[in-house]
Design a protein. Structure first.
Length: 89
Protein backbone atom coordinates (compact mmCIF):
# COMPACT_ATOMS: atom_id res chain seq x y z
CA UNK A 1 0.00 0.00 0.00
CA UNK A 2 1.41 3.37 -1.06
CA UNK A 3 0.65 6.37 1.15
CA UNK A 4 1.29 10.05 0.63
CA UNK A 5 1.04 12.73 3.30
CA UNK A 6 2.10 16.13 4.51
CA UNK A 7 2.79 16.96 8.13
CA UNK A 8 3.70 19.72 10.50
CA UNK A 9 6.06 18.79 13.33
CA UNK A 10 6.48 20.91 16.45
CA UNK A 11 8.04 20.36 19.87
CA UNK A 12 5.10 21.24 22.13
CA UNK A 13 1.41 20.37 22.12
CA UNK A 14 0.42 24.02 22.64
CA UNK A 15 2.21 24.88 19.36
CA UNK A 16 0.16 22.25 17.54
CA UNK A 17 -3.04 23.66 19.08
CA UNK A 18 -2.08 27.16 17.89
CA UNK A 19 -1.51 25.80 14.37
CA UNK A 20 -4.93 24.08 14.45
CA UNK A 21 -6.49 27.47 15.23
CA UNK A 22 -4.66 29.05 12.30
CA UNK A 23 -6.01 26.31 10.00
CA UNK A 24 -9.54 27.09 11.17
CA UNK A 25 -8.87 30.78 10.52
CA UNK A 26 -8.08 29.96 6.90
CA UNK A 27 -4.30 29.60 6.69
CA UNK A 28 -3.22 26.79 4.37
CA UNK A 29 -1.59 23.64 5.68
CA UNK A 30 1.37 24.19 3.38
CA UNK A 31 1.90 27.77 4.54
CA UNK A 32 1.82 26.70 8.18
CA UNK A 33 4.22 23.82 7.51
CA UNK A 34 6.70 26.23 5.91
CA UNK A 35 6.37 28.68 8.82
CA UNK A 36 6.34 26.33 11.82
CA UNK A 37 7.38 22.75 11.09
CA UNK A 38 10.72 21.53 12.43
CA UNK A 39 10.96 18.80 9.78
CA UNK A 40 13.10 19.30 6.68
CA UNK A 41 9.90 18.66 4.69
CA UNK A 42 8.76 22.14 5.76
CA UNK A 43 10.42 23.67 2.68
CA UNK A 44 8.05 21.57 0.54
CA UNK A 45 4.96 22.57 2.54
CA UNK A 46 5.32 19.51 4.76
CA UNK A 47 5.21 17.04 1.87
CA UNK A 48 6.68 13.67 2.88
CA UNK A 49 6.26 12.22 -0.59
CA UNK A 50 5.14 8.64 -1.19
CA UNK A 51 5.98 5.87 1.24
CA UNK A 52 4.89 2.33 1.96
CA UNK A 53 2.78 1.16 4.86
CA UNK A 54 5.08 0.27 7.74
CA UNK A 55 7.69 2.94 7.01
CA UNK A 56 6.43 5.49 9.55
CA UNK A 57 6.25 5.14 13.32
CA UNK A 58 3.13 3.30 14.49
CA UNK A 59 1.21 6.23 16.03
CA UNK A 60 1.81 8.40 12.94
CA UNK A 61 0.71 5.64 10.58
CA UNK A 62 -2.36 4.77 12.63
CA UNK A 63 -3.52 8.40 12.57
CA UNK A 64 -2.78 8.68 8.85
CA UNK A 65 -4.73 5.54 7.97
CA UNK A 66 -7.77 6.85 9.88
CA UNK A 67 -7.92 9.89 7.56
CA UNK A 68 -9.58 10.30 4.20
CA UNK A 69 -7.67 12.07 1.40
CA UNK A 70 -7.30 15.83 2.09
CA UNK A 71 -8.37 15.38 5.72
CA UNK A 72 -6.18 16.74 8.53
CA UNK A 73 -5.62 14.80 11.75
CA UNK A 74 -5.89 15.95 15.28
CA UNK A 75 -2.67 16.28 17.23
CA UNK A 76 -0.55 13.12 17.04
CA UNK A 77 2.28 12.56 19.53
CA UNK A 78 5.34 10.54 18.53
CA UNK A 79 8.85 10.30 19.88
CA UNK A 80 9.74 13.15 17.48
CA UNK A 81 7.18 15.62 18.83
CA UNK A 82 3.64 16.65 17.94
CA UNK A 83 2.29 16.33 14.41
CA UNK A 84 -0.63 17.50 12.37
CA UNK A 85 -0.98 15.16 9.41
CA UNK A 86 -2.72 15.73 6.09
CA UNK A 87 -3.40 12.61 4.04
CA UNK A 88 -2.96 12.94 0.29
CA UNK A 89 -3.31 9.26 -0.81
Amino acid sequence: MILKAKHILVTHEYEARDIQKKLIEGKTFEELARDYSLCSSSAAGGDLGEFKKGMMVASFEKALLALRPDEVSGIVKTQFGYHLIKRLL
